[in-house]
Design a protein around this ligand. Structure first.
Ligand code: LMR
Length: 327
């Protein structure tokens, strides 16, 4: 009897010790934008879902505003195990695949419905796995929206951009796009854009209504052209090594949480296209210029030759599938 009790006590102690010592797995989610953005809100929703459904087993630490890593470093850090989830814009994967450059081609998608159609179609889904051999796994696409051009002088015609310096994301397609209109592209981290605009280190930039509003770019730019000439969307990405180390049952929960969080972020993205634009408009600080069809056609003519330059790197099949999503 005594032995039995001792054994039971020992077993209970081992169990308790096991529970106490089992630290939750830490998932670090690093991003560069503010919290009041589609990506910021998506990350917080993911945290909330994971920490309620896998309480005590996983914690999600969200680092917004480039606090932990900028987009230039985050993928390397991910491969080293220093961060588990990030969602860089599709323009920032150049080192790992040339195929995602398709998303940077100017005037490729006529609206976000076309973007959604391409991303959820077979070619878009294939791209999620295009960096697996490099250790990166795409978990899904997240929307932000179409890009607008801003500067301190009015950009009505492509010639108005001649000689102006524009900050771009680290993308060769975007460099070619600005060169095509005689402008000077400068690859700079997102975290430096406001200061560069404020100190006139650059004349202009391209970004979504959400980023222009949440990072206050409109406060240091007199004019915004509602050009919708390109896209900023994200690839939510993780390291294959980390993802595969998660037990199957937990991974299913993480996947479901991610799907839900992305849907939440996409809903916010759709709403911010008009609400953040309106906030900028209401501020009265910068003017918003709408292009006539004829003016817009000039921008298309000037920028579209960039497609041919990158067709070999991207693959004509991908470009064709993206174009077809406009129908
Ligand atoms: C940028 O660098 O302008 C964007 O990619 C930032 C972001 O994550 O939306």
């Amino acid at each position: 009897m005594y032995k039995l009790v001792t054994a039971a006590v020992a077993a209970a102690m081992t169990l308790a010790a096991g529970i106490v010592s089992a630290e939750p797995v830490k998932i670090k989610f690093s991003h560069v934008v503010a919290e009041n953005t589609p990506k910021g809100q998506m990350a917080l929703r993911f945290k909330e879902l994971v920490e309620s459904k896998l309480a005590g087993k996983y914690v999600v630490e969200v680092y917004p505003n480039s606090q932990l890593f900028g987009d230039g470093k985050v993928l390397e850090a991910m491969l080293l195990g220093d961060v588990q989830i990030a969602a860089p814009s599709l323009s920032k994967f150049n080192k790992y695949t040339k195929k995602l450059q398709v998303f940077d081609l100017p005037f490729l998608f006529k609206d976000m419905t076309a973007v959604e159609k391409f991303q959820s179609g077979p070619k878009g889904q294939e791209l999620l796995a295009s960096m697996e051999s490099k250790g990166l796994l795409g978990l899904g696409y997240l929307h932000n929206g179409l890009k607008q051009l801003s500067a301190n002088s009015e950009l009505r015609n492509p010639t108005d951009a001649n000689g102006l310096k524009f900050r771009i994301q680290a993308s060769d397609v975007l460099a070619a796009q600005f060169e095509a209109i005689g402008a000077l592209p400068l690859k700079k981290p997102f975290s430096e854009v406001f200061l560069l605009l404020q100190t006139k280190g650059i004349d202009g930039q391209e970004n979504t209504w959400s980023n222009i509003f949440s990072k206050k770019f409109f406060e240091v730019q007199k004019h915004i052209t509602a050009s919708n000439h390109g896209l900023i969307d994200y690839l939510v990405v993780t390291s294959a090594e980390f993802w595969n180390s998660v037990p199957d049952a937990d991974r299913a929960v993480l996947n479901a949480a991610m799907k839900d969080a992305i849907a939440h972020g996409n809903m916010i993205a759709a709403e911010k296209v008009s609400s953040d634009r309106k906030r900028i408009e209401d501020s009265g600080i910068s003017t918003i210029l709408e292009l006539s069809d004829a003016e817009r056609a000039k921008w298309v003519d000037a920028m579209k030759p960039v497609w041919a330059k990158f067709a070999d790197q991207i693959g004509q099949d991908l470009i064709d599938a993206a174009v077809a999503s406009n129908n």
